[in-house]
Design a protein around this ligand. Sequence first.
Ligand code: MSP
Length: 656
Amino acid sequence: MAKPKYYLTTPIYYPSDNLHIGHTYTTVAADTIKKFKTLQGYDVFFTTGSDEHGQKIQEKAAENGLGPIEYVDTIVASIKKLWEMLEIDYDSFIRTTDKKHEKAVQEIFTKLYEKGEIYKSVYKGYYCTPCESFWTEAQLVDGDKCPDCNRPTQITEEESYFFRLSNYKDKLLKLYQDNPDFIQPESRKNEMINFIKEGLDDLSVSRTSFDWGIKVPFDEKHVIYVWVDALSCYLTALGYGTENQENFKDYWPANVHLVGKEIMRFHSIIWPSLLMALDIPLPKQIFGHGWILFDDDKMSKSKGNVIYPEPIIDLYGIDAFRYFLLREFTFGQDGSFTREKFLHRLNSDLANDLGNLLSRTVSMVEKYNEGIIPSPKSQEEVDASLRELAVSTADKVEEEMDKFNFSAALEEIWKLIRRTNKYVDETMPWILAKDENKDRLDTVLYNLSESLRIISVLLKPFMGKTSIEIRQQLGIKAQANWEDTKIWNSEEDSIAGNRVEKGNIIFPRLEIEKELDILEKANQALIDRRTKKKEVGKVEEKKEVEETPEVTIDDFAKIELKVAKVVNCENHPKADKLLVLTLEIGDETRTVVSGIKDFYSPEDLIGKKVVAITNLKPVKLRGIESRGMILAAEDDQGKLSLLTTLEEVKDGAVIS
Ligand code: MSP
């Protein structure tokens, strides 16, 4: 039977800077859903990507002395590296600069125009460049500030194309009413309804004030509004608008678009309206999660409170990081990150509860049964209570995961972990080991291992490496299978008889004070490295500008350039990169040392005519005096070519 399809997306990220832990939240959540649904037997397609156009990126690139594409290429590479580090299992990474995306967006725009959904007019309003959003005067805060980011807006008046968003007010309200799950969580739905009830203006969907974007195909001085460009990626990632639409046919409409709360308006108002205008079926759900704050404040580079994921992952591993993000915060709400909370979770949930359960179980199987998991014998009341909880946990996890309650789902798993630890204390295997009859001990050791087997499957979508580690230590070779969590002591898949393999402690206990310091320093060191790299880039750029000042013709006349003939050429005896050339320049012969050995060998040059500066002050280069310099051209790929004249001229000829 064909697997049911499931399409899931994260927003596509602005490649304007390095991503912080807040950014990783949406993607880690989406990846967990993908892994969870896959384990349940769905065929999942997961899209993420980068949102590369717009004035903000164009300005950022210019600030860094780069063209927009050069600038975004580097950051997109760093985003992909981060996803790789976090083992994010996406199926499509769509870049809005991908040619196939650009072409499809142009087709979407044209289609909307031809259907009369888009028309041309003049826009007057307040524009927030960082948010790429227009606001009406009534929406501004503190005079001219953007209601989203609180930065000043600029009054803008320009010719623009408009999308007839105002036509969709009633259709949207009906959509929300007929599909109560379309916007989740509930609180966000109310925000959207209130926003729409105030009335919707038509939306300006093109710009002429900058050009870093997809051109309106029938009016090339306009670029398409970045949000129309970006939202369309959910379709183009599936091949919509290209020759290969298979994925679009298979996976659209999306089951869920996961987004941060500040971009709900774009996803639950503009996006469904655009889709309705295009006669494309609507996604089933938009889920707006909360923000991760730092000390109750928004993370930002200018406030100096950015927490980067890399040092945390380097120090404590991906699973600790993923666990913390998903467990500590309630997905729909804001939450505050602190290093203390992170380290306490590591110690209490991962080291004490989970790590300890695994290590004591494996140690007891080694110590009391020569490393072999025994078969269970007679069952008692206490065993039944553990067993019942173990086989019923998957259903509770499913129920929570259906609502994207990651934290509650993990709490269900931890109830089982804590219950299993309590079972050790209740049954006291070390006392049972003193009995002559080993039946009870066998049952207890089996039950502990079986509970851990179930835990290993339950954890798989959240903490892949840990799941594998637990299975390895229990000697389980088979793939984790979700339905196996609902059966205790399955006959086909019994772990009785497995040889356990004690491994490393999966989560060692940490000394909080010491780790706080390490963690803070590691984050700061990364911030310093990243800032320094940017400053070095800027200094170099400045230097370049300073090194090429304008010169007058008089300045130029001070330089004496002549045609010279290479009569001899040898490798410099003391330097790898230098050649020593003997030049004939009219009546005179002189020696010039030149750093071109990587490009020419002496025999390439003997007999050739070159261009030399002849009135340069002599310098000694590794012991040999060089009187002058020969000229060469170098391109941006590092290819070098010596200059010469088009026609044959006598050496000593003056160049002016
Ligand atoms: N490019 C747009 C999305 C276009 S989707 C068609 C964008 N990009 S973003 O890079 O600014 O944000 C990407 C995601 O990261 C968003 O879901 C955003 O909410 C999320 N987060 C950014 N900072 C965050 C926190 N501090 N906490 C949680 N999520 C945060 O918006």
